[in-house]
Design a protein around this ligand. Structure first.
Ligand SMILES: [Zn+2]
Ligand SMILES: [Zn+2]
Length: 331
């Protein structure tokens, strides 16, 4: 099969890779759509020691099961493989499983490829009327959905009464804004510095998009969908007394939080990593039910020219918050 292989910092090779074979309880899936995540960009730049080259990146996949009892089943893929037996798995907090693995991180190859194998329990059936590039958004939207759910739980009062601010208008930021609305929020602002990106966001209904200089000065719930020192500092200044910061971004591990203010003002900080298996299913269902809107803020590109997509994102040339790669059999 063909795959887009990360071979070193800012280098990708679209070439032949061994065809994976499904083991017990697994399914072979023909990948029809796979999104580029911020974490893929991070790895591509050589900044992720958990993802050493050579490696097939990509974990936001949707496609069709090939062979076996499920042949022809259209699916979106939960890329997080967990043990199912530990205390966290049994309590439903599967994302905290100590044995968790995610595809695109050794020992599991990623989905920038024509085929992947996944355990059957990681697959969610996609209705025929939902295009697979949109179904591939289940993964990034689930991260956002989970962050909003955790943030809302820590607030005093319903989401409909809260001022909500999202820092960053990438796919996680847009997903967080749409998740906030889907979960009941009515006052949602996204802060995005890139004017091109901002113009795209302003076409999406339900929330307001502003440049950093026009940001609100206080919020009950702040979602940091970027995760750099400067955005953490901004989040801990923006949060109202008694407010909540949900931190989804993995941009850098440098400091930035105003701990003194957060202590004096009882601001809750919640780290957010991926989603539970239930959040993933709930998010997929919300996509199918249209609760995230029409989701036409994605851009599709051929997997065979994936190098260019990565280079363009790197150069800030993409207006769409999410680029989805399409393997050749679908081009
Ligand atoms: Zn992702
Ligand atoms: Zn477990």
């Amino acid at each position: 099969m063909k795959a887009l292989i990360y071979t070193g910092p800012e280098a990708m090779d679209y070439t032949d890779a061994p065809m994976p074979t499904a083991g017990k309880g697994e399914r072979l899936i023909r990948v029809d759509a796979v999104g580029i995540c911020g974490s893929d960009m991070h790895a591509y730049l050589g900044h992720d020691e958990r993802r050493p080259a050579p490696l097939i990146l990509g974990h936001e996949a949707a496609g069709v099961v090939v062979g076996g009892v499920d042949d022809g089943r259209r699916v979106t893929v939960n890329p997080l493989v967990t043990c199912g037996e530990c205390r966290d798995c049994r309590s439903g907090r599967t994302n905290l499983c100590a044995k968790r693995q995610i595809i695109s991180m050794p020992p599991r190859e990623g989905a920038f490829a024509e085929y992947i194998v996944m355990p059957e329990g990681n697959l969610v059936t996609v209705p025929d009327d939902i295009p697979l590039p949109k179904a591939a958004l289940a993964e990034p939207l689930a991260c956002a959905w989970h962050g909003v759910k955790m943030g809302a739980r820590a607030l005093h009062g319903p989401l409909s009464d809260q001022v909500c601010v999202v820092i960053g208008g990438g796919a996680i930021g847009v997903g967080a804004a749409l998740s906030l609305i889907a979960q009941g929020a009515t006052d949602v602002t996204v802060i995005e510095p890139n004017a091109t990106r901002r113009a795209t966001l302003q076409t999406i209904a339900g929330f307001t998009t502003v440049a950093p200089e026009n940001a609100p000065d206080a919020a009950d719930l702040v979602i940091d969908a970027v995760g750099y020192e400067a955005t953490r500092e901004q989040a801990s200044t923006l949060a109202r007394p008694g407010g909540v910061i949900a931190h989804i971004g993995l941009g850098s591990s440098a400091p930035g939080l105003n701990i003194r203010r957060m202590t004096l003002q009882e601001i809750t900080f919640i780290g957010i990593y991926t989603y539970t298996a239930q959040d993933f299913r709930d998010t997929a269902q919300a996509i199918f039910d249209g609760r995230f809107g029409s989701l036409d803020w994605i851009e599709t590109r051929p997997l065979s020219n994936g190098q260019k997509a990565f280079a363009d994102i790197r150069a800030g040339l993409t207006a769409a918050p999410k680029t989805v790669l399409i393997p050749a059999h679908q081009e």
